[in-house]
Design a protein around this ligand. Structure first.
Ligand SMILES: Nc1ncnc2c1ncn2[C@@H]1O[C@H](COP(=O)(O)OP(=O)(O)O)[C@@H](O)[C@H]1O
Ligand SMILES: [Mg+2]
Length: 403
């Protein structure tokens, strides 16, 4: 959830008023207090239990802020510390990280940049849980992202999942669109058990328990459904999500995470834990711009570009944007093109993914191609017979790709 960040701010060697002016000032940010020195900061940390400590300082190598970082980190290791420095000589940076800083932002920064840096520091912070375990590699975790609603994220997640299952893989889909998740609808599954039930159940999590809370599709794809009601969304904590991802990767060949638009805390935590990313965009200038922004955000998060697969949905829509434009804007070539197909809304309404309802369509073939990029094998279904593509593919990107 994109709830507000409760932050404590320690100031060292800077004007407190200037610091306060630089901080986000909307409802998404709650300033619990401003402190000076180690003692006052540690006292406030223990009393207020903030989500985050910001240490605003000059960033000099002899900076007393390093004592604050060190003291705060020892007193409250669960609270991530982000350093806001006026400058950053290399020595300071290293010492701040050694002292326990989770991240560093250098002035000047916009309020939005700062807020984003804070959200990331919080989402990435391991809490009381072992990060080593989270890094254990077994099954692949594929996070499906898209810049806005309606781009085809859920379409892609559900059809990639069924295509992988048809190729013999053991697959789990996790619906991280916690408030408006529709994976259940797209797969025709009744919401008998959801991650809300998992979240409120007593005890820890292991493979057997996860199995009790998934719904199984006819193809064998398991699904951890989003809560049935938006108000239940907050039951899924980031720590539980991290545990679910770790346990799921031990059990499944592929864990596919369907996401809401935007970089919510859940999405950031999943991106961090993921082995692969699928970015779904559509062929209009707004979506392309937002897709580019999304890719830039991933690069800010240091996400390895080679692990990102670009999918262009509705790739044959004629809106005056050429293949060349797409590559120019995005800076890379989409790997998979999904055509517009009237059968797709129908398949969504019927709750049967297009890979099953129209297995010989171009759209189905596109999802098999995407699955094959992951399995490294040949696409499961022949692409030769486009029986259901209604839109004319002439001069389209889709056509360019096929020829
Ligand atoms: N290639 C397509 N051809 C036709 N309709 C599509 C296509 N892609 C998406 N749609 C329609 O758009 C709707 C939104 O897609 P969806 O995958 O739910 O988007 P998101 O999850 O990104 O919000 C789908 O229900 C479907 O009806
Ligand atoms: Mg969706």
């Amino acid at each position: 959830m994109d709830h507000s960040i409760r932050a404590l701010v320690a100031v060292e060697g800077l004007d407190a008023f200037d610091v306060q002016r630089a901080l986000p000032d909307d409802a998404s940010f709650a300033l619990l207090g401003m402190t000076e020195g180690v003692d006052e900061t540690v006292r406030a940390l223990l009393k207020d239990e903030p989500d985050l400590l910001v240490v605003a300082c000059q960033g000099r190598e002899d900076d007393r802020s390093l004592h604050i970082i060190d003291g705060a980190h020892r007193a409250a290791p669960n609270v991530p510390i982000i350093v806001l420095a006026a400058s950053s000589p290399n020595g300071f940076l290293r010492r701040a990280f050694d002292a326990g800083a989770a991240d560093m932002a250098i002035f000047p920064q916009t309020k939005e940049q700062l807020r984003f840096a804070m959200s990331i520091a919080i989402a990435r912070h391991p809490g009381g849980h072992g990060t080593e375990q989270a890094g254990r590699k077994d099954g692949r975790l594929v996070c499906v992202l898209g810049p806005k609603g309606g781009t085809g994220k859920t379409l892609t997640s559900t059809n990639l999942a069924t295509a992988l299952a048809l190729a013999g893989q053991k697959v789990l889909v996790i619906d991280l669109d916690l408030q408006f998740g529709d994976v259940a609808l797209c797969l025709g599954l009744p919401p008998e058990k959801t991650m809300y039930d998992l979240a409120i159940s007593p005890g820890g999590l292991d493979e057997d328990k996860l199995a009790d809370y998934v719904m199984t599709h006819d193809t064998g794809v398991d699904v951890l459904l989003a809560p049935a009601r938006p108000d239940q969304a907050s039951a899924l904590t980031i720590d539980l999500l991290r545990d679910v991802l770790v346990v799921a990767r031990r059990t499944y060949d592929f864990v596919i995470a369907d996401t809401p638009p935007g970089f919510t805390a859940e999405v950031i935590a999943t991106i961090d834990a993921s082995s692969d990313l699928v970015m779904v965009g559509t062929l209009d200038s707004l979506s392309l711009k937002n897709t580019k922004l999304g890719l830039e955000t991933l690069s800010l998060m240091d996400y390895d570009k080679s692990k990102i697969k670009l999918v262009l949905n509705r790739a044959d829509t004629r809106v005056g944007i050429s293949h060349h434009d797409v590559v120019t804007v995005l800076g890379s070539e989409p790997e998979i093109f999904i055509p517009s197909d009237r059968e797709i809304p129908r398949s969504v309404n019927e709750g049967v993914p297009i890979t099953l309802s129209r297995p010989h369509s171009y759209a189905a073939a596109s999802f098999h191609e995407l699955a094959a990029l992951f399995t490294g094998s040949e696409p499961a279904t022949a692409t030769a017979e486009p029986v259901t593509v209604k839109a004319e593919p002439r001069r389209s990107l889709f056509r360019l790709r096929r020829n």
